[in-house]
Ligand binder design. Structure first.
Ligand SMILES: [Zn+2]
Length: 228
């Protein structure tokens, strides 16, 4: 008999990247598979008091109704941009028949779901959910040294589907992923701003509140450039 319930951890994007890091040496992702849940919708998620139940609902559907070994996806991006744990990263996903590479050789695609119905006229992929999807795709490509051609939408593998949603334009999504690294702040530029601008302002500041704010901004720059 299957276990009744499985718990799934919820990560911020930064926490999820820390969680991914040790897997670089343990599994070889060959592609990134992008899906939208269609159901549950963003509205379903907003209504749920206990958000975990939404993830568990998918897990139950995949294991009980579809009779799969576990929830299909490696990760689920919720409408607030949090990333929920899915099946083991060491296992092939249940992404699309013929594209899962389920031969237990620890080479397979990374699959994520975005909660929402993203078909034209329905819900929109936007804000922190879009940002998390773009950043996660970019992180998998970067950490596993994959070209942008290895980003696959479900509908490319199964033309009978609109997944991740007919409202999501593939080339626009890939373009966001391509543009992402240029939005990152280099360590050099961050430190130039801190040394040449924030540091003199800190010495010139007359109140503790001003000094605290400058200190906070310097730390934000350090964080944005990966120094904290
Ligand atoms: Zn799909």
């Amino acid at each position: 008999m299957a276990i009744e319930r499985k718990n799934f951890r919820r990560f911020t994007f930064t926490e999820y990247i820390d969680y991914l890091r040790p897997f670089v040496s343990q599994v070889k992702f060959s592609q990134v598979h992008v899906h939208g849940t269609w159901k549950p919708t963003i509205a379903d998620y907003r209504k749920a008091k206990d958000k975990m139940k939404i993830i568990q609902g998918m897990w139950r559907f995949h294991t009980v109704t579809n009779k799969w070994g576990d929830i299909a996806q490696h990760a689920t991006i919720d409408p607030d941009g949090y990333i929920w744990e899915g099946r083991s990263l060491l296992e092939a996903p249940a992404s699309s028949v013929g594209f899962n590479d389920p031969d237990h050789d620890r080479i397979h695609p990374f699959m994520f779901e975005m909660i929402g119905n993203f078909d034209i006229g329905a819900e929109k992929l936007e804000g922190s959910q879009l940002a998390a999807a773009v950043k996660l795709t970019n992180a998998i490509l970067t950490m596993w040294k994959l070209p942008h051609e290895q980003i696959k939408f479900h509908r490319e593998m199964n033309p009978g589907k609109t997944c991740p949603g007919s409202g999501i334009n593939k080339s626009a999504f890939v373009q966001l992923v391509r543009d992402l690294p240029s939005m990152e702040l280099s360590v050099d530029d961050a430190n130039k701003v801190i040394e040449n601008w924030l540091s003199p302002a800190w010495f010139a500041a007359s109140t503790k509140a001003e000094k605290d704010e400058i200190h906070r901004l310097a730390n934000e720059l350090r964080k944005a450039s990966g120094q904290l």
